[in-house]
Design a protein around this ligand. Structure first.
Ligand code: ZN
Length: 432
């Protein structure tokens, strides 16, 4: 049989087998509209397959919905878009000390770490996180691309993943370090030096599935007498620019680990799309971030989690970061929710980040937007994610308590739908 005829036969077989997309009609007692920051009562959401067909007053949608639509009653709950954590490491399991980090790379194989990551993905989904931007595998090579594929293909349950694969640092500037030069050790990132090598390495990561290019821009943090958090920059300005240029040329976005003033300054100069951590953000840097449209993921919770165990300057950083975030919120710096989950243990609920954002000048609505509509913009996915609207993915969660009165309510979600599939409904976990 000619290939074309075979294709036709296959297509007709598929159309005979594929069921019509299922409709679901959800009744939401209260619906948080992240687009305009409003709350609407007794709303309906009509889901067709994996996307939202319509949103509006429940009575109107009831009249419009096909008779066969499955009814989901969330009339006593607050419904909102699925949460987005824009800074995670599913392949890491918390590292307060350097030893805890090293053990994961030296004693756990990549397959074992990937199995642990699959549990982190499942837990995050059940906690209401339907999308993660996973910002590097910490030595687990391209296992994040495999996790993403396994989730997309329904092999394991998990959030939508946008992945950075291996991240980059320069020779001598990232763990594992401090071992004898006689030993050949794994690296926590892809080590790369020089403009040409950087361009080639970015192409290589994109070839193997990187959605984002992540670069460790600074290290060696210290508090200067003028109150600024200073650091050493890992790459030359030309090298940093090469990462950004090559990534953008290939249609990918760039994330800069930049903790302190010098790192943020270098990352903004090179044109990175997002600044990660940013404890050293000052007014002048905030003005530049606003002007450039660079996003900031403050990752507040991880700082609190590691502070005592790491000691030294780490004990000063949470208060410094909280002060910077408060000023950033006032000035209107684009801030999105990112918690650095994996930097702390996945047994912690990543929604704890929202409590810290709300304690640093955001209203509960702004904190929710940081984890939905604004994080979707950071990802370049505003059409698909972060808002409950026609055409977006049917990614939504519900909380029995009102998160606008108590933001910790988002640590107790009772319902999780991703792509029209229900993963949690009360104590039941269908599709797991
Ligand atoms: Zn991180």
């Amino acid at each position: 049989m000619r290939p074309a005829a075979l294709g036709l036969l296959f297509a007709s077989f598929l159309s005979a087998q594929a069921p019509a997309p299922a409709f679901k009609l959800i009744r939401a007692g209260r619906l948080i509209s992240t687009a305009d920051g409003q709350v609407r009562e007794d709303q309906g959401i009509l889901v067709k397959g994996e996307r939202i067909e319509a949103v509006g007053p429940f009575a109107a949608l009831l009249a419009k919905a096909p008779k066969a639509a499955e009814f989901i009653d969330l009339s006593s709950a607050t419904v909102l878009p699925g949460l987005i954590d824009a800074h995670t490491h599913v392949l890491l399991q918390g590292d307060i000390t350097a030893e805890e980090y090293d053990v994961q790379l030296l004693k756990e194989s990549i397959p074992y770490r990937t199995l642990r990551a699959s549990k982190a993905c499942r837990d995050a989904l059940l906690e209401g996180f339907t999308t993660l931007r996973d910002l590097e595998t910490e030595g687990a090579m391209y296992a994040d691309v495999d996790l993403k594929r396994a989730i997309q293909n329904g092999v394991i349950p998990g959030p939508r993943l946008f992945v950075a694969t291996r991240a980059f640092s320069a020779t001598g500037m990232y763990p594992l370090s401090g071992y004898s030069w006689e030993l050949k050790l794994p690296e926590g990132v892809q080590i790369v030096d020089g403009v040409d090598a950087i361009r080639r390495a970015v192409r290589e990561q994109v070839k193997y599935g990187a959605d984002w290019i992540k670069v460790y821009v600074d290290r060696g943090y210290l508090m200067a007498p003028d109150g600024r958090l200073r650091s050493k920059v890992n790459f030359t300005p030309e090298e940093l620019k090469a990462f950004v240029e090559e990534a953008h040329r290939l249609g990918k976005l760039t994330a800069a680990h930049a903790m302190a003033w010098d790192g943020i300054d270098a990352a903004l100069t090179a044109g990175f799309d997002t600044i990660e951590h940013g404890s050293g953000f000052t007014e002048d840097l905030m003005d530049r971030a606003i002007k450039q449209g660079a996003w900031w993921c403050p990752t507040m919770y991880v700082g609190v989690w590691v502070a005592e165990g790491r000691g030294g300057i780490w004990k000063q950083l949470p208060a410094l970061l909280a002060k910077a975030v408060r000023r950033g919120v006032e000035k209107g710096v684009p801030i999105a929710n990112g918690s650095d989950a994996g930097g702390y243990a996945w047994t912690e609920n990543p929604a704890k980040e929202l409590v810290l954002l709300a304690a640093s000048g955001m209203t509960p609505m702004q904190a929710i937007q940081a984890a939905t509509s604004r994080a979707a913009k950071l990802l370049g996915q505003a059409a698909n994610l972060g808002e409950l609207k026609e055409g977006a993915y049917a990614d939504l969660i519900a909380a029995p308590e009102d998160p606008l009165k108590d933001i910790t309510a988002l640590q107790r979600v009772s319902f999780v739908m991703k792509g029209g599939v229900v993963y949690k409904s009360g104590s039941a976990s269908p599709h797991l």
